[in-house]
Design a protein around this ligand. Structure first.
Ligand code: NAD
Length: 503
């Protein structure tokens, strides 16, 4: 759609191996095609060109991977913590060494802009370092003494786990799930999204180069309803960490029921950014724009509903329209690009369908609302105004660079609309009134809330949503709550009275 950026030759060099060999699975330390021999094609959203063939794993590949993860588990669980820590730190080092390759492949595979993906690659390394530092304390517990017993608790890794990831920022999200699992002592079978397999393969290779024993980390590519489904049903897989759509989470829960799977779900969102008239409006504007139009709006935590107070709405929306029309849409490898193409035609069709829905709803398409160019899945950053919270465009997750602006009269009205959605992932509040901030954050139904800030992730804090946005939390020790079992052991302190039956 635009002139090719100068770094395109570098990308070509990085992609060459995928063109030649395709993307193979990595099971028990061995790269292999799908056992059936089947492949599927992976195309770039930038120009719809074929990137490579990808192994299309199914039940047999998942079974082999789960077996490998099961067999590797005891030795990995029992490896001295400091050795595990060393391996995780080495993975982080190698991610940093290959950060450019990871970022460029991610851009080409997903359409995400390089300005964001280069940071995402480095954040992936940070995830490994953060959890490497936590390895030595992973098994720690408490001592809870009673008059007759010394009670101690300890944590043990749950066993082999399945990790299923989406396509929006696949590299970062994979590290976010897999690093704590490994730190806890679990072994892993990873099924990445079929639309974006490149960096999951690079990551698994890095892990093996870092000295991770065979079978500890297994990669199986394939479709959700084939490989993904089998992974969630497999009896040797003790838990599923899933990031994706709410409807898929619901399916996974059903699929995992027979084997009583433990699940951790990070799902969709329709997150409100609430701007009161006493806020720092320039900063609120910057943050609202950043949180919906960065990462192509393909971001679970995006502020996709703007709730703006009546008294400032005209001015705020006018500035918003000007800025949205200025956002640079372009080739994802161009460092100037702010918004790249959407991941795939299927997703492009979904996002663009909301342009008509908005008009039918009676809202105004105040910016964007159209495709850019005729090749690749580019759309203009879009703003809907004159919307009400009951409209489809205010209720459904669009997952693109599309913002719906709704006006409110007072605090109660804002809260009522903010909470009137099936989702509850994040919320953003802009006000300089401290008591109002306290009241509003207390009543907002969301797992994560930022006041006078965009989403700034701090790894020790809990990440996750309420309602249809998820189950469970990631981050800090919360990740270990998921990947580990609590165990209680009571030691008698003396000769306490034991009830004697039949004596
Ligand atoms: P998706 O649910 O379609 O797919 C996610 C993964 O699930 C893919 O790997 C897919 O192959 C797999 N899958 C699909 N059907 C399956 C099944 N029946 N059994 C097992 N696995 C199956 O989601 P997507 O379209 O790839 O990603 C976008 C969604 O992810 C959005 O809703 C977004 O909000 C959400 N998301 C949430 C977070 C969060 O932290 N809450 C983060 C990123 C993305």
């Amino acid at each position: 759609m635009t002139a090719l950026p100068a770094n395109i030759d570098k990308l070509s060099a990085y992609l060459e191996r995928f063109r030649t060999d395709g993307i193979l699975n990595l099971i028990n330390g061995t790269s292999q095609p799908a056992l059936s021999g089947a492949f599927f094609e992976n195309a770039s959203p930038v120009d719809e060109s074929l990137i490579c063939q990808v192994a299309r794993g199914n039940n047999d590949d998942i079974d082999a991977a789960a077996r490998a993860a099961r067999d590797a588990f005891p030795a990995w669980r029992d490896m001295p913590a400091l050795e595990r820590k060393k391996i995780l730190n080495r993975i982080a080092d190698l991610i940093v060494e290959r950060a450019e390759e990871i970022a460029m492949c991610e851009c080409w595979d997903t359409g995400q802009a390089l300005r964001f993906m280069s940071k995402a690659a480095l954040r992936g390394a940070e995830n490994f370092r953060f959890f490497a530092d936590k390895v030595t304390a992973a098994r720690d517990g408490q001592q809870l003494q009673s008059p007759t017993l010394m009670n101690v608790t300890t944590r043990v890794p749950i066993g082999p786990v399945g990790v299923i990831t989406p396509w929006n920022t696949p590299f970062m999200l994979s590290t976010w799930k897999i690093a704590p699992a490994l730190a806890a002592g679990c072994t892993v079978v990873h099924k990445p999204a079929e639309f974006s397999p490149l960096t999951a393969r690079i990551l698994a290779e890095i892990a093996h180069e870092s000295g991770l024993p065979a079978g500890v980390w297994n990669l199986v590519n394939g479709f959700g309803e084939e490989a993904g489904k089998r992974l969630t049903e497999h009896p040797d897989i003790k838990a599923i960490a899933f990031v994706g759509e709410s409807s898929t989470g619901s399916m996974i829960m059903k699929q995992g029921a027979d084997t009583l799977k433990r699940v951790h779900f990070e799902l969709g969102g329709k997150n409100p950014v609430v701007v009161f008239d006493d806020a720092d409006l320039d900063r609120a504007l910057d943050a609202a724009i950043f949180m919906i139009y960065s990462l192509n709006g393909e971001r679970c935590t995006s502020s996709s509903r703007l709730l703006v107070q009546d008294s400032i709405a005209d001015t705020f929306e006018a500035k918003l329209i000007e800025r949205v029309n200025n956002i640079r849409v372009g080739h994802p490898l161009d460092p100037q690009t702010e918004v790249g193409p959407l991941i795939h035609k299927v997703h492009f069709d979904k996002v663009t369908s909301y342009f008509d829905i908005a008009r039918k709803n009676g809202a105004t398409v105040a910016a964007g609302g159209e495709r850019v160019g005729d090749q690749g899945w580019f759309v203009r950053p879009t703003l809907f105004t004159n919307a009400t919270n009951d409209m489809t465009i205010a209720q459904e997750e669009i997952f693109g660079p599309v913002l719906t602006a709704i006006r409110f009269s007072d605090e109660d009205h804002a809260l009522q609309m903010a909470n009137d959605t099936q989702y509850g992932l994040t919320a953003y509040v802009w006000t300089n009134d401290l008591s109002r901030a306290l009241r509003v954050t207390d009543r907002l139904e969301a797992g994560m809330i930022w006041v006078n800030s965009e989403n700034v992730r701090h790894l020790p804090t809990p990440f996750g949503g309420v309602k249809a946005s998820g189950i469970g939390r990631d981050g800090g020790d919360w990740s270990f709550d998921f990947y580990m079992e609590q165990k209680h052991i009571g030691f008698a302190l003396g000769q306490h009275t034991i009830p004697r039956l039949g004596a």
